[in-house]
Design a protein around this ligand. Sequence first.
Ligand code: SAH
Ligand code: SF4
Length: 372
Amino acid sequence: MNRPVNLLDLDGAGLIAWCAEHGEKPFRARQLLRWLHRAYEGDFAAMTDLAKSLRAKLAEHAEVRAPAVLADHVSEDGTRKWLLDVGAGNAIESVFIPETQRGTLCISTQAGCAVNCRFCSTGKQGFSRNLGVAEIIGQLWWANRALGAVQSGEERGERIISNVVLMGMGEPLLNYENTLTALRLMLDDNAYGLSRRRVTLSTSGVVPMMDRLGEDCPVALAVSLHAPNDALRDELVPLNRKYPLNQLLAACTRYLVHAPRDFITFEYVMLDGINDSAAHAAELVALVRDVPCKFNLIPFNPFPDSHLACSPRERIRAFAEVLLAAGIVTTTRKTRGDDIDAACGQLAGEVQDRTRLAQRSQRIVPITEVAQ
Ligand code: SAH
Ligand code: SF4
């Protein structure tokens, strides 16, 4: 017997194709999309406006399978982190960051990461595998369920998760096809209905895939720059040896033709004594002279054995001043959720270490509370 198809692996076009294969009209696909990605329903029996015959086909040939939640932590500042099981000893993490005007979900696209940036704990784990569509979109699906999105106002048009950032574990552009399908679901009006401006993909600079994304699904783009010259970037972001800065910046300019915003966001992690001097800042200003951009300075979040430290606050301020003086909008990211290791670059999905993780946080929400 064929394995049931996991409906969370399919976008709108995929669901239409599945319906056609099973003798169903395209509008059924739209209904299914809404049940799956607006009501976050996983039980076919509850999909009451579908014909009984269709529900029977679904029960026989399909399933709705999101990754299982291993742990759910809530930080003192309201940040919430889920550890999700993606099989074979791999776990991934997603983080919800509530703010006054918006709620942002940070999601992962790979278990581990092959790019191996020097300052990133995901990179230090090495690469395990690409996530499937259901594992990527499943993070949004779970988070919406766990946050009670259906009961609490989604129907009134309020979104608890108003923004999604692909800034969790992994390099999204090295898992291109699955990421693209998941992005299409995020933007689909019958699914999550987010605008392209509210979905941000962060990349360490996979140049050819930036061009493809511009053609296929130009969401907002953040580029992890971290250094003002190739010699230093080669050390910090090894991918730079393949796609050096001149190629990366040219790709940024090309992307702007399609982008939903008229600037690229550059991320720059502040590493004490490594990339944070006033001279580095001046070099950076010259480097990005021709690219409309904003800068987001990220205080480095330490992790065991990184042998790196975050720049002192004063130096981050001085660095920002140089960029601001050159007319570049510059913000410094607030660190959120560091009491639960949910800050940038701390996502490690330490599945083998689950017991330690569980003991470490006193604020664990029992899994059963969210899994219903
Ligand atoms: N692979 C993609 C997206 C995931 S990383 C990328 O590199 O852009 C998301 C962001 O977190 C990147 O800007 C990355 O440089 C940053 N980051 C990684 N480790 C960090 C750490 N330890 N402290 C602060 N930011 C970190
Ligand atoms: Fe991978 Fe991004 Fe971490 Fe670099 S910073 S190792 S690209 S996840």
